[in-house]
Ligand binder design. Structure first.
Ligand code: SF4
Ligand code: SF4
Length: 708
């Protein structure tokens, strides 16, 4: 017994000392980042929401279960380890008392059964994980594997250690049954089987096995503890924290305002020498950003859904997080040194790491290559998929903000768009005088707000720059206006007083131009007394609904498909003319994934007689971007396959007569890809891309609306 106690406690002290030191180091590193008081405040304001999320995402493993097989395997392992905490207590108890049993419950056969059941569940779980890893081996699958770029050796080591935990557990329990030290009379079925195998060895051998494997069990568990704090398996401890402090509903929808030292940056007073402008160095991340980096499990779910990665670009959201993490860890001694003197005494490699630009080419030893940073479409697939709620888009936009505002480094072709926004209020530089041209030829008058909206008008129709100025999108705008008019919905527009919401500037990182445009719009809308807004562009919809409240603009915002679906359901619009076509619907990312509007466009299509709706493989939550978001609409796509071409290839797989969508940018991107396919003879000439509103308009009016 004395030997058991000495070895068991010695192992424990050493392991806890190593793990504790590492956790303290990680804590100091995370808190060397910027403050994030808004995350603490959000939790204080909505404590119930935090608890709900912990129950759903941590205990319920909600996001992991979106992938059925690995999700169930993870549930088995996660819950297995929770239950096996009982066996760890028993192993420690057995160090001091051979016949130890947990007080009150320690002799219940049911507890013995549950412990064994979950031990077996963990074994099944790790076998499934091993098979998944073998089937997705990046050495064979290349970048198609979600594990490409992950630390796969460490992942295998963890699986071996978990096997070791269960194997040593069953061996010492089997031996305990034979020595009479086992606390449970029956029920522990797996331990009984192992006990049956060991019984022929005799009682003294079983006594030795019992002691050896109790110590082995503790050694493996303590070894696992040390490995956890030094590996991607840190998520075991950090995921509940990261989930707790993540933005709700999640890191999608709007971007957060720029903050410096925890306060929202005021551009009139901000000083680039003392304030933090976006993320220019790793320590510009908030502690929540640092926590994100340390929590990544390297599962590659984000990578598997990223349109940039899928089309051969260098951006992988997983690799972005891992590169930032590796850099943060390598620079940590510098960040934690405390004084210039201490920094000078650091090894050369650490000082070199500290000097690396956060964003820079390979030649400049940058941590994140500009081609990686600017490839992101902000589609949100990574954030949506991440089981531990990492907020990739926030980090990407933070780095973009620094590149644009401080370094003036961004894709040159986007500078025209930014200038146009600043000078003319729209990305094309067409100016306010063109904003009502889309109304030409309508057989009714669309009121343009002059002063206040008036009590007789229910909605402001936010037309958007594309809807007002881009020829293809203008057809959608006209269809929406005609449908609203037909349904007797009272609405008005801002006309020349409307400017870009600022979304492309904000997604580019130019928070200054965004603030200017957004403040102007909020002022106009508030002065006009607007309360309800219909937006036809999901980017406008997202910005007005989710970002304008940061500036005092609070409105009830609806996408046109939501309004039209309701009008159809209420019988105010009746589709009568059949459209005998196979139609596949493309989910716009900022309508679907960011704002969870999946059903209304589909409901509209269902109500149009003759339409045979067919889904693409990647749809709804797993919808695949058109390539325009994140201001990518105004940047060249020089690397890999074009994202819109990839999407159209998928759409063509359903042999559609028409592709429908609910976003003017998707309309343009997909339309361009269809034209290219038609030119090369890969798509039929009659194939067209239309907005759902255009389809409804054709079905309701029996005649195509004027100009469509
Ligand atoms: S937002 Fe979309 S494009 Fe950007 S990294 Fe995530 S998945 Fe990739
Ligand atoms: S960021 Fe999230 S989804 Fe991506 S690899 Fe890490 S844990 Fe997995």
């Amino acid at each position: 017994m004395a030997l058991r106690i000495v070895i068991g406690l010695a192992l424990t002290v050493v392991a806890f000392a190593i793990a504790g030191r590492r956790l303290w180091w990680l804590y100091r590193l995370a808190t060397s980042g910027q403050p994030a008081p808004e995350r603490i405040q959000a939790l204080r304001d909505h404590p119930g929401r935090g608890a709900e999320t912990e129950i759903a995402e941590v205990l319920g493993q909600r996001k992991l279960l979106k992938w059925t097989v690995p999700g169930i395997a993870h549930v088995m392992t996660f819950w297995g380890f929770l239950v096996l905490i009982l066996t760890i207590i028993e192993a420690y108890g057995a160090l001091f008392d051979k016949k130890f049993a947990i007080p009150l419950i320690g002799h219940w056969a049911f507890i013995g059964f549950i412990e064994d059941l979950f031990a077996v569940a963990v074994l099944v779980g790790i076998v499934v994980f091993a098979v998944i890893r073998l089937r997705n081996d990046p050495r064979r699958e290349g970048r198609a594997s979600r594990f490409a770029g992950s630390h796969n050796g460490a992942a295998w080591l963890v699986l071996v250690l978990i096997f070791g935990v269960v194997a040593t557990l069953l061996l010492y329990r089997g031996a305990q049954i034979n020595t009479g030290d086992f606390p449970y009379p029956h029920g522990a079925f797996a331990s009984e089987i192992v006990g049956g195998w060991l019984a022929p060895l005799g009682s003294s051998a079983n006594m030795g096995i019992e002691t050896a494997f109790i110590l082995a069990q503790l050694a493996v568990i303590l070894g696992f503890l040390v490995l956890v704090v030094y590996s991607k398996h840190l998520h075991i401890f950090l995921a509940p924290l990261n989930v707790l402090f993540s933005r709700r509903p999640n890191g999608l929808r709007g971007l957060e305002p720029m903050r410096s030292n925890g306060k929202v940056l005021d551009f009139e007073e901000a000083d680039p020498d003392t304030d933090v402008f976006g993320i220019g160095k790793i320590e510009d991340l908030t502690w929540k950003g640092m926590l994100d980096l340390a929590t990544c499990t390297e599962c590659g779910r984000c990578q598997s859904q990223c349109p940039a990665w899928a089309t051969g670009k260098p951006l992988s959201p997983k690799m972005l997080v891992l590169n930032l993490r590796d850099h943060a860890f390598a620079k940590a001694p510098y960040l934690l040194a405390g004084s210039d003197e201490a920094r000078e005494g650091l090894p050369e490699a650490v000082r070199q790491e500290a000097e690396r630009p956060l964003v820079g080419t390979v030649d400049a030893h940058g941590v994140i290559d500009p081609d990686v940073l600017w490839a992101c479409t902000n589609c949100g697939a990574c954030v949506n998929e991440c089981p531990v709620d990492i907020e990739h888009i926030d980090h990407i936009s933070g780095m973009r903000r620094h590149q644009v505002l401080i370094e003036s480094e961004f894709p040159a072709e986007a500078s025209g768009m930014l200038k146009n926004l600043e000078n003319k209020g729209d990305p094309w530089g067409m100016g306010e005088s063109k904003r009502t041209d889309w109304m030409d030829g309508l057989d009714f008058v669309v009121p343009v707000i002059d002063g206040t909206i008036g009590d007789d008008i229910e909605y402001l129709f936010w037309v958007g720059c594309a809807g007002a100025l881009e020829d293809r999108a203008k057809k959608t705008t006209r269809a929406i206006a005609e449908l609203l008019h037909t349904a007797d919905v009272s609405f008005a527009v801002l006309g020349p007083a409307e400017t870009c919401t600022g979304d492309p500037a904000r997604r580019m990182g130019n928070e200054f131009v965004y603030s200017m445009l957004a403040q102007q719009n909020v002022e106009t809308l508030n002065e006009a007394g607007v309360r309800k807004i219909i937006a036809s562009c999901p980017h406008c919809f997202n910005t007005i609904a989710n970002e304008y409240p940061q500036l005092g603009g609070n409105y009830e915002v609806m996408h046109h498909t939501q309004v039209l679906a309701r009008l159809v359901a209420d019988g105010k619009l009746t589709p009568v003319t059949p459209i005998e076509e196979k139609i596949t619907y493309h989910d716009p990312c900022f309508l679907g994934r960011h704002n969870k509007v999946y059903t209304p466009p589909r409901e509209i299509m269902e109500r149009v007689p003759g339409v045979q709706a067919q889904e693409m493989h990647r749809c709804k939550e797993r919808g695949f971007c058109c390539g325009a978001g994140g201001a990518r609409m105004w940047m060249e796509e020089r690397i890999g396959k074009r994202i819109n071409a990839e999407r159209i290839d998928e759409a063509l797989g359903t042999d559609p007569d028409t592709i429908s969508t609910g976003c003017p940018f998707c309309l343009v991107m997909l339309g361009d890809a269809v034209s290219a396919k038609q030119a090369s003879g890969e798509a039929k000439e009659s194939l067209e891309v239309v907005d759902v509103a255009q389809l409804l308009s054709r079905a309701v009016t029996a005649q195509p609306p004027a100009g469509s």
